[in-house]
Design a protein around this ligand. Structure first.
Ligand code: G3P
Length: 219
């Protein structure tokens, strides 16, 4: 399973990259706004900067347009920023039409705001490179986000679809483990969730004992 970081914060992207486990980045308009990145030129420059840090990994950049023509025009501009840009398109009728157009024209896509297996089938038929089911937001309304990942993984396997499942809206380290178990190809998560995977009290206790024993024996 690949690890993407879900942020537009350059310091956090660098920190994940320095760990040596970063395979890519996903952003969305809310995450860009959170970093105070506004205006087309600044947004395009910011994506360029992210691509530079990630080096070889995919970077999802989301369109703002909601109509087919607008999505295509915006997507073409985004795709020109860097060869690793993946155009993120919402799961709507125009979005599916745009994903089909991008697929036919060699531009890779990430279909976002996915909340059902039916939507996942449609995105795969349109040729989406990645599919982003929002696990945390499904959990938020009392449904089972991880069950959706499992259902889509099952459908994609038996139908032999090429679209990669990118588990999104990840909120904690357990979500990452569960996404791996459920068959996600990629997980995109906040830095905190990635770092949370490091923690176990027995690791801390064990290390303290090793160091104390070494000190006793060596002075
Ligand atoms: O990038 C989309 C997704 O990961 C958003 O997560 O936490 O806002 O539901 P969240």
């Amino acid at each position: 399973m690949k690890f993407f970081i879900d942020t537009a914060n350059l310091a956090q992207i660098r920190e994940a990259k320095d760990l040596g486990v970063l395979d890519g980045v996903t952003t969305n308009p809310s995450l860009m706004a959170k970093e105070g990145i506004t205006g087309t030129d600044n947004i395009l420059k910011h994506y360029k900067e992210i691509c530079k840090i990630v080096e070889t990994g995919d970077v999802s950049a989301e369109v703002i347009s909601t109509d087919f023509e607008g999505m295509v025009e915006e997507g073409k501009i985004l795709a020109e920023i860097d060869e690793n840009i993946v155009v993120k398109v919402p799961m709507t009728k125009d979005g599916i039409k745009a994903i089909s157009w991008f697929t036919a024209n060699g531009i890779r896509t990430n279909c976002t705001l996915v909340f059902s297996a039916g939507q996942a089938i449609l995105a795969a038929k349109a040729g989406a490179t990645y599919l982003s089911p929002f696990v945390g937001r499904i959990d938020d309304i009392g449904w089972d986000g991880m069950q959706l990942i499992e259902d889509i993984a099952h459908i994609y396997a038996i139908q032999d679809y090429d679209t990669m499942i990118l588990a999104a809206s990840i909120r904690n380290p357990l979500h990452i483990v569960k996404a791996a178990q459920a068959g996600a190809h990629v997980v995109t998560c906040p830095l905190d969730s990635i770092l949370g995977l490091l923690n176990h009290p027995l690791t801390d206790i064990g290390l303290a004992k090793f160091l104390a024993d070494h000190k006793k024996a060596n002075g």
